[in-house]
Structure formats: C-alpha cells, structure tokens
Design a protein around this ligand. Structure first.
Ligand code: ADP
Ligand code: MG
Ligand code: MG
Length: 211
C-alpha cells in the first residue's frame, strides 16, 4: 500500500491555504453570527504565513515540517484558532517523527495526536460546538477505514465525509467553548466556523492524497 509522502503532506498544507483563502468570506460570515467575525481572516493570515514558510525553507522530515507550520500558526494568528491549529500541527509532527513517509495507520495516529493537542489546549469535548466536532469523527472514520484495510487515500475520503456530517451537526448545538459560548442558547441554529475550517482541512488532505 502506498505511503503518504512528505511532498503530499506539503501539498495538503498548500491546498488548505488555498481553500481557507477561497472560503475566507464564508468563514468570517459564520463567525460574525456567533463570534467576532475574524475566523476567515485569522485562518487566511495564518496559512499565508505557512505558505511563505514553505516557499522559503526545505524540510528534511515530517517532524521538522510540521514543527515549522505549528510555530508559524501559533505566532501569526491572534485568535483562538491559531494556537489550536498550531498545536494540532505541532503534535502531528511530533507523533510522526523524523520520517519522510507515513503509512495510513501512522497518518491516523498523527492526526489523533494532533487532536489530542487541541483538547489539551482548549478542553473541548464532543458536542461543545467546536472544531472538535468535525475533527473527532473524521479521525474515527479514518481509523475505521484503516481497520478495514483501506488505503490512506480511501481513508481520507471517508474522513472528509465524516467531517462534513460532524460540521453540519454543530448547527443545533449550544456552544460550550470559545466566544460562541458567551451567547448561550442564542448560539444554537448556526454552524460553528471552526468546524467549517476543519472540514476544509480534511478536504485539502483528501485532495492531496488523490481521491
Ligand atoms: P476567536 O474566537 O478567538 O476569534 P477564531 O474566530 O479564529 O478565534 O476561531 C473560532 C473557532 O475556534 C470556533 O468556531 C471553534 O471551532 C474554535 N474554538 C474556540 N474555542 C475552542 C476550544 N476551547 N476548543 C476547540 N475549539 C475551539
Ligand atoms: Mg473569531
Ligand atoms: Mg477573534
């Protein structure tokens, strides 16, 4: 079974930058309803800084690549999403280690480590109406695909589908974490912006792996 290469992981990041830029207005509109109308700008600023880093440096390993990406996001984005996505990528790289390829199971383990970083930082649980609600089912779907013997490309397509379902399931929820939680019950009825950007993250990964 073909492994995921460092070039494909770099392509994942570049595709995520393109997608958040394309969806900047939409992400900001979602955040204007239950937050402070900056999620699109935060993600675009952060991923533009990541793209500049990718242009200017060579990375010898997955660990090095994602350390640079994570640090760039943590330092370039002021909002909650910068440290959260930054920690996700830092932990992803730490789990992957000094390698240049990952198999489907190793990719799943690194994604799960990244999610662990988000939880360590933001303490979100399922149903809190955050990016967790798209990411956690996506990684569960990835694991199920790996257990069924599927390739990383097939697993990434299953993960994307699960992220979309998780994203849409945030609509009726009352937010319990982040700025949206300040609204209490008034946060219900609206899609969580971070769940929307996390779905773009999994779309970018699925696109990069070629499904
Ligand atoms: P800010 O809220 O600081 O303006 P952003 O608008 O960029 O930051 O990001 C908001 C998103 O971050 C939310 O939609 C939510 O998905 C996510 N988020 C906020 N707090 C948490 C948390 N504690 N755990 C996980 N995700 C969170
Ligand atoms: Mg915001
Ligand atoms: Mg903000």
């Amino acid at each position: 079974m073909t492994d995921v290469t460092i070039d494909q992981l770099t392509d994942w990041l570049r595709r995520f930058q393109v997608l958040v830029t394309e969806h900047q207005t939409e992400l900001t509109e979602l955040d204007s309803v239950i937050g402070d109308a900056d999620h699109g700008a935060n993600m675009t600023r952060g991923m533009n800084a990541v793209a500049a880093k990718l242009d200017s440096e060579e990375f010898e390993s997955v660990a090095e690549l994602f350390k640079a990406v994570g640090m760039t996001l943590v330092t370039s984005v002021g909002g909650a999403s910068g440290p959260l996505y930054g920690t996700f990528f830092l932990r992803f790289g730490m789990n992957a280690g000094a390698v240049t390829t990952l198999d489907a199971a190793g990719t799943a383990a690194s994604l799960r480590a990244g999610l662990g970083g988000i939880v360590a930082r933001g303490k979100a649980e399922q149903g809190d109406k955050t990016m967790f609600d798209a990411m956690s089912p996506a990684i569960d779907a990835w694991d199920a695909a790996v257990a069924a013997g599927e390739s990383a490309a097939q697993a990434s397509a299953a993960a994307l589908a699960a992220a979309e379902v998780g994203r849409d399931a945030t609509i009726p929820l009352v937010a319990r974490k982040g700025r949206a939680s300040y609204l209490g019950d008034r946060s219900a009825g609206h899609l969580d912006p971070g769940a929307a950007s996390t779905t773009l993250l999994f779309r970018a990964l699925s696109d990069a792996l070629g499904e």
